[in-house]
Design a protein around this ligand. Structure first.
Ligand code: N01
Length: 556
């Protein structure tokens, strides 16, 4: 194959620098090098895996079913790999990622233990100058971030944490063994997806576990199970259809077809349906049982109260049950959480719960957490407090765009992008599953593959047109921001504080960081944009149309 790098200036060592060697970075390396581009990937960690390399805390597993949370780009790959469980544990996902890296010989494209710490657009040479944490600078025509949305841990903003001299570990950088907690008095701070998965296993070994909960969540049973041989055979026979369904679904998993609203049915019928959904569980469970659960607060209340009742039935101590009942947000408006024996864990004699809403942490001493109501002596603190989502990893690249402005300054008053993949004033820079893409609320692997393919085709389009510089127009970016806002506005996401909107990080602008119109609609729209010659994208300063135009309305 002829190298497509003919137009890459001599001063650029490679066509593309890619950031990260997780699901995004690996597919990026595969897709682009197969098409003949030269590619240099940099990964801060010592090996491939991204999220699944770092998040090794006890109980870590994906809550999107393994058969959907995997690559679809290669039929042989999906035929030869066999998932053991409905929801694969972290170690199995990591070995899958390693298998992919080996099978397609992808490690050779990456330098590990090397972080991108800065990147500046050089307008004269029309390339990116990329600074690495080893002090070197590399130059590339294109810079593509596959740094992920949940790869930058949130600051450890627990007051007085620096005073604590006992064992301290965070779920997102787990570096101890569960045995290290055996017999100890352990505190877990945080009850999101990570905390909920870790808590039952920590409880099994700890002398005493105290959970410090700020916001109770709706935790639905994961209902994980081994995949039977017949199930696997049937999935493998049907993979092409399953993948196509995922690609054109709302959330990147086969759609659970619901058209009726919660009050279209009798109270008894609604209850019956919630019970069936609770048994089914997963993202197509209770939260997806009626069409209006995420838009009508009253409808949502019926589903929320259904879960409240479940909690009260499972948790034996009524006072603890009341603290666990989620009352500060509607079901599904914050990221849904799926657990195994989560509420049952609070029936153990060695587990207690502290509500930080009632008694906030004031400080920590060398061996205790001090709240407004008491002092809790502990030997170990586990932080499960989440991430500086989406912008954290991007701002870590410290990008300087064409006008000399940093990305973090350009987005100071609100996060912006064109399709979640490009940013005006940052030429030749692309994001795989970036902010305002469907990545936030979908099976991210589906979004990753779509984004990589779309970006790769755009690079080819630019090459075919002898264009060296690709940039989203400010007009198209503005339109996309308006579309994403208008799409989320009628939903309960828009009015609920969550990391989806940056509420968990002080000073972060209030922007819902995803497109909620569905991965299927988004894919069809991106395809149409490509077909029409990329309106909203300028090549060497010339835009076919500066606007995205009515494409979003035209596509169903
Ligand atoms: O983080 P989170 P996570 N003092 O932000 C609390 C994905 N994921 O790592 O809600 C005390 O959800 C915070 O309280 P509040 C998934 O997308 C997936 O658990 O802000 N508490 C909350 O309870 C997920 O949504 C999987 O009031 C503090 C918790 O810490 C995303 O990653 C598994 C605090 C943080 O919850 C993030 O999940 C794991 C403080 N200073 C993760 N700061 C699966 O696929 C925060 N909190 C299963």
């Amino acid at each position: 194959m002829n190298s497509p790098s003919l137009s890459t200036p001599a001063t650029a060592a490679v066509d593309v620098i890619g950031v990260g060697a997780g699901f995004s970075g690996l597919y990026l390396a595969h897709r682009l090098t197969t098409a003949g581009w030269t590619f240099a990937g940099f990964e801060a960690g010592p090996d491939v895996g991204g999220t699944w390399f770092w998040n090794t805390y006890p109980g870590a597993r994906c809550d999107v079913e393994s058969i959907y949370y995997s690559y679809s780009f290669d039929e042989t790959l999906q035929q030869e790999w066999t998932w053991s469980q409905r929801f694969a544990p972290q170690a199995e996902i990591l070995s899958y990622i390693n298998h992919v890296a080996d099978r397609f010989d992808l490690r050779k494209h990456f330098t590990f233990d090397t972080r991108v710490v800065g990147a500046t657009w050089n307008a004269a040479d029309r390339l990116w100058e990329v600074q690495l944490d080893n002090g070197e600078t590399r130059r590339s025509r294109y810079l593509i971030s596959g740094a992920g949305g949940l790869s930058t841990p949130k600051d450890f903003d627990v007051p007085g944490l620096e005073n604590f001299t006992g064992l301290q570990v965070s779920t997102s950088r787990w570096n101890i063994s569960l045995d290290d907690l055996a017999g100890k008095r352990v505190a877990v701070i945080g009850t999101g997806s990570s905390g909920v998965q870790a808590i039952p296993l920590i409880a099994q070994v700890a002398g005493h576990l105290t959970v410090f909960q700020r916001t109770p969540n709706y935790v639905m049973p994961a209902r994980n199970a081994a995949l039977a041989t017949e199930q696997i055979d049937s999935i493998k026979n049907d993979y092409p259809t399953i993948r196509e369904e995922c690609r054109h679904s709302p959330g990147g998993i086969p759609e659970y077809p619901v058209t009726d609203n919660a009050f279209d049915v009798s109270d008894e019928e609604r209850q019956r349906r919630y019970e069936a959904a609770y048994e089914r569980s997963g993202f197509n469970g209770v939260g997806a049982e009626f069409a209006d659960l995420l838009t009508n607060p009253e409808a949502n209340r019926t589903a929320s109260e259904f879960i409240h009742d479940k909690i009260r039935k499972i948790v034996e101590d009524p006072a603890t049950a009341e603290l666990l009942v989620p009352k500060y947000h509607p079901l599904g408006a914050k990221r849904s959480v799926f657990g195994t024996d989560y509420y049952e864990t609070y029936n153990r004699p060695n587990v207690s719960l502290v509500s930080l809403r009632d008694e906030p942490i004031q400080t920590m001493t060398e061996n205790a957490i001090v709240t407004s109501k008491g002092t809790y002596e502990v030997d170990a603190v586990v932080l499960a407090i989440g991430f500086d989502a989406f912008t954290g990893p991007l701002y870590g690249l410290d990008l300087t765009g064409a006008s000399g402005r940093k990305l973090q300054d350009a987005w100071r008053d609100g996060i912006r992008s064109y399709l979640g993949m490009m940013a005006a004033d940052f030429p030749n820079f692309f994001m795989v599953g970036g902010p305002l893409s469907p990545a936030l609320v979908s099976n991210v692997v589906v979004t990753i593959e779509q984004a990589v393919d779309w970006i790769a085709e755009l690079l080819e389009h630019a090459r075919d047109n002898d264009a060296a510089v690709i940039e989203a127009t400010a007009e198209a970016e503005e339109e996309w921001v308006n579309i994403t806002e208008a799409t989320v506005a009628p939903t309960l996401y828009a009015t609920t504080d969550s990391w989806y909107r940056g509420s968990n990080v002080d000073g972060k602008p209030d922007t819902f960081m995803g497109y909620v119109g569905g991965v299927g609609k988004y894919r069809r729209m991106c395809t149409e944009i490509a077909k029409r010659g990329y309106p909203g994208v300028q090549l060497d300063g010339e835009a076919q149309s500066r606007h995205l135009g009515p494409i979003h309305q035209e596509i169903s």
